[in-house]
Each structure stands twice: as C-alpha cells, then as structure tokens.
Design a protein around this ligand. Structure first.
Ligand code: AMP
Length: 383
C-alpha cells in the first residue's frame, strides 16, 4: 500500500498526516496529489468523505511553502465553495496541516452572513483564500483583495454551486482570474452543467473518479468529449485512441454498412480485435459478433444506428462516434449505452471540419457543451 511519503510531499507535511492519524492516503489523495504537484489540472469526481479536501490542500501547501510569497492583497490560491460550512471545514483542514511549514502560508475563509469589515481588514497577506462566490464578489467590489495573480484556482462541490444558482457569480469570478493558472474542479456528480464547466475550466485534466456517480434521478453519468480530426486521419486517430488508451469494450458508431465493414477490416489488420454489425449482415453473423463482444473475445464492435437500436449490451466502457448520427436524439441513444457501475461512461466523437456545424446543433438541442480538442500535434505515424 502506498504511503504519504511516496506522493512527492515534503517530510514536514508527511509528518502532519501521521500526526493526524492518517495511515495511508485515500485513493483520491493517491491520484490527485502527484498530479497537482506536477502542475496539471485535475477534475475530481468525489463526494465529501472521500478525503478530497486533503487531496488538494496538501499539494497547495507543499507548493506555497516553497514559493516566493508576496505579502500584499493579491492572493495566490483561490478556493471557491458553495457554503459557509464547507469554507469553515476547509479552513480547518488548512490549519491542521499548517503547523510546521517551511515558511508561513496564510489561509483565510470568507463567507456571507457576517460582517464584511473584519474580513476586509484581515485580507492583507493572505495566500490561500477560501470563499463563497457572493462574499468574494463583495470583497472584490470593495477592493479588499486582488485575484489577478492567482496561480491555482479550485472549485469545490461544483454541482452544488450550480444547484445553488451561483452560475453567474462563478463566471464573473473566473473572468477576473489570470489566463495562466492551474485549475482543480471537484464535484460529487458530473451533470451537464459541471461537464460544461469542465470543458472550459480544466485543460487536459487528470481525471480522478472515486465513487459511483449518479445524478438525482439515478442515471449514470457520461463524460463526453470530442476531437477535431482531419477526414483522412479518422481511421488512424481511432486506432491511436483504442491502442494508446488500451480501450476495451468499445462500441463504435458509423453511418453506413460500408464504412462499418471497411473500418472493421482496418482495425483487424492493425491487431485490434473487432467485428461489425449492420443491416446487410445475416442474423446469424450479427448474433455471433454480439456474442463474441459480450464474451470479451473482441474488443471493438462497430455498428450503425439502425442495427444498434435493437441490441442491448451492458458494461460498455466507451462509445465512439466515428461519424455523427443524423439526429440529436440518436446521439443521446448512442451515448446512453455507456456508463458502468462505479464508473463514469465515456462518449467520444471524432469531428471533421464539415461536421462541426452539425455537432453544434446536436449540442444545442441536447443542452450540452463539449469542447473540441485539437489533435494536430498528435503523432499518428504507425497507426
Ligand atoms: P473529506 O472528503 O475531505 O471531507 O474528508 C473526510 C474525512 O476523512 C475527514 O474527516 C478527514 O480528516 C478524513 N481523512 C482524509 N484523508 C484521510 C486519510 N488518508 N486517512 C484517514 N482519514 C482521512
């Protein structure tokens, strides 16, 4: 089992974890601490109780105890939280770990419902500010602090933020932050709004998923992403995705039987075990492909929309839209096939320039926003 001293933290902080009786890092800490220390953005899907607070407070303190800190009204780290209770709780965790740092790191929690004056006065020299959105904006209006030099920005309990209607406040705050910064986004669920925030807040994030994530109706959550791909590169890019990410249990959607067959042949030639099912195959052939897929004898099943409606496959890891469906509703049907117990399902779309407009319509109708990730710099040679 990993111990805290394997995560890149200095001895003094490791000692504090021991003093608190933390024997081993929780999974979220094991995954998030090294990622945050390396400067990467992190998207954490985890609930209270998972140990998420320490997973970001420890690396924040580690970074700040070694950083040149200026004592003015420009804060270094901003942690945005939905409630005063959470602000107080996080401040408490900061205090616990703040005992033996290489240099003093000042932390402070600000929230509404109490007088603003002491908070304004106390702001000088604060390094880590934990704040609820409304009170932070009040303090900014009073010029009590500046967030223009924030190096690390955390949104905790993002789903609750939206539930409480802080959409606009968060946008205003984010607009005031410097462009270059590290972002950490935590949420118990990955609903549409959080997914939308994820697509514009965190860049190439390390994703840490801790618990089964369901929305309030008990639906499984699906993480949608999309890549801008040149039409001639779709095949190589698909093979790159499957191979480099070692994908298994992948359902690939195409728009015609011919594409399905061609794609299947190419995948098999490249050592990826695949089968195609579409309307031009006999019932017997379809059944046996499906059986092989369910028995994990093939890793990739390629299907057209027509045929996919009638089939039921549980436990898919990934749905890939090699080509987009015609209707937004078909898109929902397609991606709804992923999502396993204890994991967020993944839906990936490969989008050519020509398909971009159609993809925008699908997103608009489905009330989602999916950032188009560039692929130009990915070396597809050998795929
Ligand atoms: P949180 O998810 O931040 O609300 O943490 C939940 C509880 O777990 C808190 O009471 C922490 O003090 C505790 N905790 C966090 N990390 C550890 C750990 N590695 N070992 C034992 N307890 C922990």
């Amino acid at each position: 089992m990993t111990s805290f001293d394997r995560l890149g933290l200095s001895k003094n902080l490791v000692n504090q974890t021991q003093a608190l009786g933390y024997e081993h890092p929780f999974p979220i800490q094991e995954q998030a601490i090294p990622a945050i220390l390396s400067g990467k953005d992190v998207m954490g899907i985890a609930q209270t109780g998972s140990g998420k607070t320490a997973s970001f407070i420890l690396p924040i303190l580690e970074k700040l105890q070694k950083a040149p800190l200026v004592r003015n009204r420009a804060i270094d780290v901003l942690i945005l939280v939905p409630t005063r209770e959470l602000a107080i709780q996080i401040q408490g965790v900061c205090t616990e770990f703040n005992k033996d740092l290489q240099q003093e790191v000042r932390t402070m929690a600000v929230y509404g419902g109490i007088s603003i004056n002491p908070q304004m006065k106390g702001m000088l020299g604060v390094n880590v500010l934990i704040a609820t959105p409304g009170r932070l904006l009040d303090l900014l209006d009073h010029k009590a602090l500046s967030i223009e030099e924030v190096q690390l920005f955390v949104v905790d309990e993002a789903d609750k933020m939206f539930q409480m209607g802080f959409d606009e406040e968060m946008d205003r705050i984010i607009a005031l932050l410097p462009k270059k910064r590290q972002n950490l986004l935590f949420s118990a669920t990955l609903n549409d709004k959080v997914a939308e925030m994820k697509s514009r807040l965190v860049i190439d994030p390390v994703i840490v998923e801790i618990e089964r994530t369901e929305d309030q109706e008990g639906h499984l959550q699906i993480e949608e992403s999309a890549y801008a791909v040149d039409p001639t590169q779709k095949g190589p890019f698909l093979r790159y995705l499957i191979k480099s990410k070692e994908m298994k249990r992948v359902l690939v959607f195409v728009s015609s039987s011919r594409t399905a067959d061609n794609l299947c042949e190419k995948l098999n030639k490249n050592g990826i075990k695949a089968a195609a099912i579409h309307g031009k195959k006999s019932q017997g052939a379809r059944n046996s492909s499906l059986k092989d897929f369910k028995a994990n004898e093939i890793d990739v099943l390629i299907a057209t929309d027509l045929i996919s409606r009638g089939i039921h496959i549980d436990d898919l890891d990934v749905v890939i839209n090699y080509e987009l469906p015609r209707s937004p509703l078909d898109y929902i049907h397609r991606i709804g096939r992923t999502g396993r117990a204890n994991a967020v399902g993944k839906a990936i779309s490969l989008i050519t320039e020509e398909e971009e407009h159609h993809f925008k319509i699908i997103q608009k109708k489905n009330k989602t926003r999916i950032a188009l990730e560039e692929t130009r710099d990915i070396n597809l040679q050998g795929y």
